[in-house]
Design a protein around this ligand. Sequence first.
Ligand SMILES: NC(=O)c1ccc[n+]([C@@H]2O[C@H](COP(=O)([O-])OP(=O)(O)OC[C@H]3O[C@@H](n4cnc5c(N)ncnc54)[C@H](OP(=O)(O)O)[C@@H]3O)[C@@H](O)[C@H]2O)c1
Length: 205
Amino acid sequence: MIYIFCWFLQIHWPFRLKEGASRPPNRGDVLEFDMEGVWREMESLVKENLVRDTGVSNYTVKKLNKLIGFAQIMHSVCQVEMHPGWQNDKLLQACQQNDIHVTAYSPLGSSEGGRGLIHDQTVERVADKLNKSPATVLVKWALQRGTSVIPKSTHQNQIKQNIQVFDWEIPQADFQKRVLDGEELFVNKTEGPFRIMADLWDHDD
Ligand SMILES: NC(=O)c1ccc[n+]([C@@H]2O[C@H](COP(=O)([O-])OP(=O)(O)OC[C@H]3O[C@@H](n4cnc5c(N)ncnc54)[C@H](OP(=O)(O)O)[C@@H]3O)[C@@H](O)[C@H]2O)c1
C-alpha cells in the first residue's frame, strides 16, 4: 500500500460535479454535496496523520455555521473572494470569531468578468498618494485586514512588485472612504469647532 502525506486538503467549492463533467462545468452538471460526509472523510485523514490541515473555499456564513455545527476537527483556513469591491465582512468576522484563518483570493479584482480593481479611481488615488502601485495597495489592504492574500501574475516584474508590501501601511483614513465625510461642509481649520476630520467623527487619525 502507498501512503501519500498531504499538508493541506481543501474543499474548493461546496458542491459536486456529475461524473465526466467538463471544466468549467455546464450548469446541469452541478449537484449538491454531502458536506458532513465529505468532512468526516477529511477528518479521518487528519486522524490517520495523512493530512495535516483542512480548509474550505467559497463558503458563506451559513455554510460555515453548518460545518462548525458538526465538525469534530475544525478547518484552519477559509479561502474566499475578498477585495475592496467584495469585502465579505460578515464572513471575515465569523472566521475570526472561530479562529479560522482567511485567505483572500482575487485580491486585485481578477481579470475575469472585467472586475479589475487596478484601475479603480479610489485605488489609484491612494496609490498615488502613498507612491505605491495600485496592485500593492490592494495586496496591503488584504494584509491589513488580517488575511493572507494570493495575487496572481504571469509577469515576473509584477510578481516581484506585488510582494513589496512589508515596510509601509495604508493610513486608516485611506483604508476606507465614506461617501459623505463632511470635510468640505463642516470642517473649519481656523475657527472650529471641528478643525480636523477627527474632531468631527470622534476618531484620532
Ligand atoms: N478558491 C477559489 O475558488 C479561487 C477562485 C479564483 C481565484 N483563486 C486564486 O486566487 C489567485 C488570484 O486570483 P485571480 O487570478 O482571480 O485574480 P487577481 O490576483 O486578483 O488578479 C490577477 C490579474 O491581475 C493582473 N496583475 C497582477 N499583478 C499586477 C500588477 N502588479 N499590475 C497590474 N496587473 C497585475 C494579472 O495580470 P498578469 O498575469 O498579466 O500580470 C491578472 O490579470 C489565484 O491563485 C487563483 O487560483 C481561487
